[in-house]
Design a protein around this ligand. Structure first.
Ligand SMILES: Cc1cc2nc3c(=O)[nH]c(=O)nc-3n(C[C@H](O)[C@H](O)[C@H](O)COP(=O)(O)OP(=O)(O)OC[C@H]3O[C@@H](n4cnc5c(N)ncnc54)[C@H](O)[C@@H]3O)c2cc1C
Length: 438
């Protein structure tokens, strides 16, 4: 055995990095092993032949107090850039309308709602405000009643069918690549109370890489280090077998934090209580397909979502003007609908998604062929854990069993709390507390 640490963290996503940051600050020796070639997991940026894009999250939501305190601790609060006027022009079969991304009085003006639905907004908004005290935006399980119902049924029942078709569906398909019938209402019911009255979300001055880079400062992180097995024997330290570069190495630690995606966690451990294995094996993710285009000329800013009725293969269409100061060419961001992404996976077309969307793209941007310079297909196999009906409560039960057990392996990730950067961070904080309390 070559090396011993207080804690080995498997995975350098936000959950793993936040836990490592807290543990290091508490004086523990920590080593982070990351299978990929850069830190951050689903938070980061890449540049492929002059095409810039995020590897995951694009926005930081302002509603998590613990996360805001963490940003303060990291000295990042001054680097937050608020993005206001969050709206998109939604394209439907019988016309376009403006859809507001942040819930508030302006949502009342969304065209196509019946008078009854507009009237229902007021008591519903008040009930959401009242729910602030009992919900936690970092934890979907804090809305247990909503977890029992799919989001489509919940929206129809509480707000009406046009709210579902003209607001909830385009936003959830456009931002989360989720269909309302596939997820429980818990995400919506735990976050919305904390979004009302907020007029902005944030990006970071130095780009999304800034968050993992700042968290990892002073930590010992090794990339291209894939963990193959984690053992928690009844005597002696925990053992972690990893392939680091070409070599297979065994490291030892007093405690191991497994901060990988939920469906990748169980195969690492031969010895898991059956109900924990069953939960981890049940974690599912949706996939995301995006084509990023670099253009030779400039374009005006534009952002479109699409109604589900008669929708084409694109769910989000965005034009990003050139930015000479940053040396950035104009780009188009075209995100596939959940159905088109599923079709791409089933027909083996995930390497180049352009043929699936090109007809609709030319309709949206008639000058496309004259301005096209290059393209990059981004296929993200695991975008967001699917919080299907009842899932948030199963995740909570898993967390409760974990807190009650004496095991020296702890799990963390967005799939245990909330499928957001803030949810992943909250899970990392919780894991660090468990390890420090052990
Ligand atoms: C396209 C996209 C857009 C998003 N948009 C937003 C947004 O705007 N706002 C927001 O708040 N959230 C957004 N999210 C969600 C957010 O990015 C995630 O919830 C969060 O980053 C998840 O962090 P995590 O630490 O739980 O997991 P991950 O970031 O997935 O980290 C897991 C890490 O474990 C590593 N790993 C896996 N197996 C092994 C192994 N065997 N050995 C070593 N390492 C391993 C992986 O390589 C990875 O780095 C988005 C996500 C995606 C994909």
């Amino acid at each position: 055995m070559s090396e011993h640490h207080d804690v080995i963290v498997v995975g350098s996503g936000i959950a793993g990095l936040v836990a490592a940051y807290r543990l290091t600050r508490a004086g523990r020796s920590v080593r982070i092993l990351e299978a990929g070639d850069q830190i951050g997991g689903r938070v980061g940026e890449r540049d492929t032949r002059g095409i810039r894009y995020n590897t995951g999250a694009r926005l930081l939501y302002p509603f998590s107090r613990p996360f805001n305190a963490l940003l303060d601790d990291l000295g990042l609060t001054g680097d937050l850039i608020p993005v206001h006027h969050l709206s998109a022009q939604c394209i439907g079969p019988d016309g376009d309308w403006l859809v507001e991304l942040m819930p508030g009085p302006k949502s009342l003006m969304t065209p196509g709602l019946s008078l009854g639905e507009r009237l229902r907004f007021v008591p519903y908004g008040l009930s959401m405000l009242a729910a602030r005290a009992r919900t936690d935006p970092d934890d979907a399980a804090s809305a247990p009643a909503a977890d029992a119902e799919p989001l489509d049924a919940y929206t129809r029942r509480r707000m009406g069918p046009n709210v579902l078709a003209r607001m909830v569906e385009p936003i959830f398909r456009g931002t989360r690549a989720w269909n309302a019938e596939e997820i429980s209402a818990a995400f919506f019911a735990s976050t919305t109370p904390h979004l009302i009255g907020k007029s902005h979300v944030n990006v970071l001055k130095g780009g999304m890489n800034q968050l993992p880079a700042t968290l990892a400062q002073g930590s010992q992180v090794t990339c291209n280090a894939r963990v193959l097995a984690v053992e928690d024997p009844s005597s002696g330290p925990c053992r972690v077998t990893a392939r680091i570069g070409e070599d297979e190495t065994v490291l030892s630690a007093d405690h191991v934090l497994v901060a990988v995606e939920g469906d990748r966690a169980a195969p690492l451990l031969a010895d898991l209580p059956p109900e924990d294995r069953a939960f981890l094996d049940s974690v599912r993710y949706n996939s995301l397909g995006v084509v990023h285009y670099r253009l030779s000329g400039d374009v005006p800013a534009r952002m479109n979502f699409f109604a589900r009725d008669g929708a084409g293969p694109i769910a989000t269409y965005q034009q990003l003007p050139a930015n000479a100061a940053k040396g950035q060419a104009a780009q188009i961001y075209a995100q596939l609908s959940p159905e088109a992404a599923r079709h791409a996976a089933e027909t083996g077309q995930t390497g180049d998604l352009h043929p699936i969307i090109e007809d609709q793209l030319r309709q949206l941007f008639p000058g496309f062929d004259a301005q096209y310079a290059d393209r990059h297909t981004q296929w993200i196999q695991r975008k967001l854990p699917t919080f299907s009906t009842g899932y948030a409560m199963q995740a909570k039960a898993f967390r409760d069993r974990q807190d009650a057990s004496a095991r020296r392996v702890t799990f963390a990730g967005d799939y245990l709390q909330q499928s957001l950067v803030t949810g992943a961070a909250a899970s990392g904080e919780r894991a660090a507390r468990r390890i420090l309390g052990a």
